[in-house]
Ligand binder design. Sequence first.
Ligand code: SAM
Length: 283
Amino acid sequence: MAGSLTVCATPIGNLDDISARALEVLRGADLIAAEDTRHTLGLLNHYGIRVPMISCHKDNEEFRSDELIAKMREGVRIVYVSDAGTPAISDPGEILVRKCHEEGIPVTAVPGACAFVTALSMSGMPSRRFIFEGFLPVAAKERNALLESLQREERTVIFYEAPHRLRKTLSILLEKLGDRKLAIGRELTKVHEEMELTTLAAASAEYEQREPRGEYVLILGGADPEAVRKKQDGRWEQMTMQEHMDLYADLPPKEAMKKVAADRGIARKNVYEALLKEKESRQ
Ligand code: SAM
């Protein structure tokens, strides 16, 4: 019988947040590969599950994946879990899954808790279009480049943050992106769960006084489209036609094209032709 990989989500705090299917899959596994076997043992003990475990974390995922694939080729059914939430979401798992696909090993997933989805769903922040950035890069150069690209980002932006970096992150976000709406999800699904609807400036001031504790999800409002357009005013030639159109993503395409044509003082037909040309050159 062919082996397989099942990527299995686990709770992000409340141990009851595990599905009947997840428990069945964990119980039925030949081997559980875990980001931290000691951590996962707590979950398995809680549910009386006894299955052999092997570690697979960010520092050994590359070679451990090859070992796990060899086992799956021999018919072993492996379940992968990270410490909390959904594997491969700011967690190991991506390399193992990709290698399985490359090697033709069947991959399936048992969905479950994920901190940013939990936070977004209870925040009331615009959720039709959003981007998930995970942890802000620690290296200043990489972080600045990312934040620059987010200055014109109109979608909701979601970050993960650890308590010891929260103050710094809030002040950097405020400095680089200006004040914006912010929802802070803390210790979700746990006893001290909090969802605070605030702003970057207010949260920055608040956390100067308050000691950050627990795990955080930051949900940041997108840039105001009008402010973004004003900032770009008169510097259209530095943008591609598509980037210029994207500034009006909140309008129907025909209206957006009209606005772009008016900004540049050209006919709508020229905007259309330039967009086509750019599209062709990208293909
Ligand atoms: N794979 C996980 C998921 O599906 O959400 C994320 C793992 S990542 C290493 C850990 C980060 O997720 C924490 O630093 C925090 O930002 C966020 N997080 C995890 N559990 C959380 C919780 N209960 N409440 C708030 N944030 C949480």
